[in-house]
Design a protein around this ligand. Structure first.
Ligand code: PLP
Length: 413
């Protein structure tokens, strides 16, 4: 890693935080195993390093939505850890999945047939998880359709083309643990498990819990839990708890170096549409990050909303630029429109900042980042979304810089 701060903006990803978060989730999950969910490039954190760090924390399974992601996970971690994929359309690369020892969740009979064809061609049984819709109303087998799917599955299993190893489902309102739908879905899940067992298919793992259910609902743990957002140290239930309440810490810090700092007079419009106008003679700072990098345009400020928060000044415990940014620490809000490549902040009339100084959009607040940095949840609130979207949409243009050692030296520490 270069120690020269030549980046305009970067995301620092703390692999030890990912490891420690998985450790915390393991202890919460009790006897259940933990699947680290690393879909969508590990929620923007980087699939391969995040997957290895999750294994270092004790995850025994890794989960991805798409098949190509699952194959990338296998390539990153090698043989051994179980890998599950659950979202694809007809014509998916089932032969590759079977060959690479990836478990496949099935939500309809057509997928059993395609998977069995691939397994025959590869010459090895496919491992299947039956994905049941217990009330989410999304992907999954409706309970009424389960008997027909089980007929097909038992036939293919006795032929040796596949082995049903799991039954899985997903909650609609896991983040509202007291909602009656949670208990209703758990009940429907138990019924589905009974039906699969009654069909003569012994089940290795029953799993239904995402992060919210893992952290708030022990009755949902079963044999395996599937946390995603919590692995990255963000709260799945921000209205109930901050990450620290669950022993989690955010893994990603997003920072940038001011591209321009300049003095403007009072009454000067700022950015497209002039949604912000200076009220005094002041200093503007330009941050080289915009919606092309995943900064939500809904986080625009001035007359458009509160604006996304940015920590400016205060000296920097920055890993690459220890001497940058010596002004008073303060959290400022985006002034005016978020553009494709840049946003502007009003640094105030006495700003000592200079071009090149580091500002932090959100951070871990654990020593890697300057104390008092906003977090991804603050950005979610400013943009009317959830923290998932803030980190996951961070664009490919923003380099990820990895700190920490988890998952880097030994594969199965
Ligand atoms: C994304 C996903 C998860 C993880 O959800 P979080 O809320 O991020 O914990 C678990 N299971 C399935 C099926 C998913 O699609």
């Amino acid at each position: 890693m270069s120690t020269t701060p030549v980046y305009p903006a970067r995301a620092i990803v703390d692999l030890d935080a990912i490891r420690d978060n998985v450790r915390a989730l393991r202890s919460t999950a009790g006897s259940a195993q933990v699947m680290g969910v690393v879909k969508a490039d590990a929620y923007g954190h980087g699939l391969a390093p995040a997957a290895r760090a999750a294994l270092a924390g004790g995850a025994t399974w890794l989960g991805a939505a798409q098949t190509r992601e699952a194959l990338a996970v296998r390539a990153a971690v090698g043989p051994g850890p179980r890998v599950l994929t659950w979202l694809y359309s007809p014509g998916a690369p089932f032969a590759d999945l079977v060959r690479e020892d990836v478990d496949v969740a099935v939500a309809g009979a057509w997928a059993l047939d395609e998977l069995a064809d691939a397994a025959r061609a590869v010459g090895r049984a496919a491992r299947v998880h039956l994905k049941v819709d217990t009330g989410l109303g999304r992907n999954g087998i409706m309970p009424g359709d389960l008997p027909a799917v089980l007929d097909r599955a038992t036939a293919l299993q006795s032929e040796g083309a596949l082995t049903v190893v799991g039954v899985m489902s997903h909650y609609a309102l896991a983040d509202e643990p007291d909602d009656p739908s949670v208990k209703m879905q758990t009940h429907a899940f138990d019924e589905a498990v009974r039906a699969v067992e009654a069909a003569g298919l012994p089940i290795e793992v029953r799993h239904i819990a995402n992060s919210a259910a893992t952290l708030t609902n022990p009755a949902a743990h079963y044999d395996l839990v599937r946390p995603g957002i919590a692995v990255y140290g963000l709260s799945p239930v921000p209205q109930l708890a901050v990450p620290g309440d669950h022993g989690l810490r955010p893994a990603m810090t997003l920072e940038a170096r001011l591209a321009t700092v300049k003095r403007v007079p009072a009454g000067h419009g700022v950015s497209y549409g002039h949604a912000y106008t200076t009220t005094q003679d002041t200093v503007l700072g330009v941050i080289p990050l915009g919606y092309g990098d995943g900064i939500p345009r809904h986080a625009s400020g001035g007359s458009l909303g509160p604006g996304g928060p940015v920590l400016v000044g205060g000296g920097v415990d920055d890993v690459a630029a220890p001497d940058a940014g010596l002004g008073t620490a303060r959290v400022l809000r985006i002034a005016g429109r978020v553009c494709m490549d840049q946003v502007v902040i009003d640094l105030g009339p006495y700003a000592p900042e200079q071009a090149g100084d580091v500002v932090t959009l959100f951070g871990a607040s654990d020593g890697l980042t300057r104390a008092g940095a906003p977090n991804a949840e603050d950005w979610a609130q400013a943009a009317g979304t959830i923290s998932y979207e803030i980190v996951t949409r961070l664009g490919a243009r923003v380099p990820r810089v990895y700190v920490g050692t988890a998952g880097r030296e030994t594969a199965g520490e």
